[in-house]
Ligand binder design. Sequence first.
Ligand code: NAI
Ligand code: MN
Ligand code: ZN
Length: 337
Amino acid sequence: MKSVVIREPGVLTIESRPLPEPMAGEVRIKVQYASICGSDVHIWHGYNPFARYPRVIGHEFFGVIDMLGAGIDSKRLGDKVSVDPVVSCGHCYPCSVGRPNVCTELQVIGVHRDGGFSEYVCVPAVNAYSIPESIPDKLASLVEPFTIAANICAFVKPMHQDVALIYGAGPIGLTVIQVLKKVYGVSQVIVADRLTERLAIARDNGADVMLDNSEILLADQLRGIRPTLIIDAACHPSILAEAIGLASPAARIGLLGFSGEPSIITQQSITSKEISLFTSRLNSHRFPTVIDWLDRGLIEPEKLVTHYLPLSQVEKAMTIFENDPRGCCKVILSIGQ
Ligand code: NAI
Ligand code: MN
Ligand code: ZN
């Protein structure tokens, strides 16, 4: 089988590898479609602190179960599935309180173990979620990025009367915009980005107000509007202090970033307005929720997709994805049909 392997930081190859065999509790998936995420590019360049090399990348993928490990119900053979990349131990403290995404032994498929940019991959059967016929195959890998939005929203609990401000109209900001508007019915969703093309795609994804903050401060553009819910999907460490300043008293702020640089804030700025800060990493069992949203047509994953390319062009696909944020958003790789 063909697999996209990062041999070491900077070295991407398409290798021929032997077909893997599922262990007990696992299923083998014949992968059909996979989508490119920023973290795939980070592993390629050596910027992901969790990655070990060589590594088959890819944590957003969809395919058909074609082989079962011991103990798996034979009914699962032939299932069309999307895979939750969060593999957890099931018994540590975070797992015991329903937070497997921060399991003390967390393994992310495509990061800590081999992923889905491959013709075949073995994963724990519990991570493979059946996809109903209503969801097009070529969009089914996009369940995962929407689980990022679902997870942060489960913390911040969006309400109809919220005035939401989203920093960043990349793939993650766009999934958040869609979920706020289309699932939670938030009345006003404002998005800030520095790229006009990204603001245009944010409008298409449902944002009500688009603000370009490349030159004019957001405070000057908001003219006294105080967001009650802010989500940082741009993730520069300077954003938190600005967000706190802009926020309404009693606002909730959701953070998604992994920067190692400090964000400088004061206790006074958050406590005087009694602001709630939430962070969110990956997802905790949100696949069923997002699959249900897709099945009901509530969210529109196609609005994120700008490119479809075959697996053989993965390096070109990742290069466009990285270097052309104005023209490229989500890229779907077709791997096998
Ligand atoms: P992206 O780089 O495609 O999008 C970021 C967007 O923010 C870009 O459009 C950029 O122009 C804009 N931006 C940058 N600085 C800005 C600023 N100061 N104000 C307004 N907009 C600004 O990235 P993507 O894939 O959408 O991911 C966004 C962030 O979310 C990344 O930092 C990533 O690490 C993080 N992330 C976190 C996850 C989690 O589970 N916590 C999961 C996936 C991504
Ligand atoms: Mn992703
Ligand atoms: Zn655990």
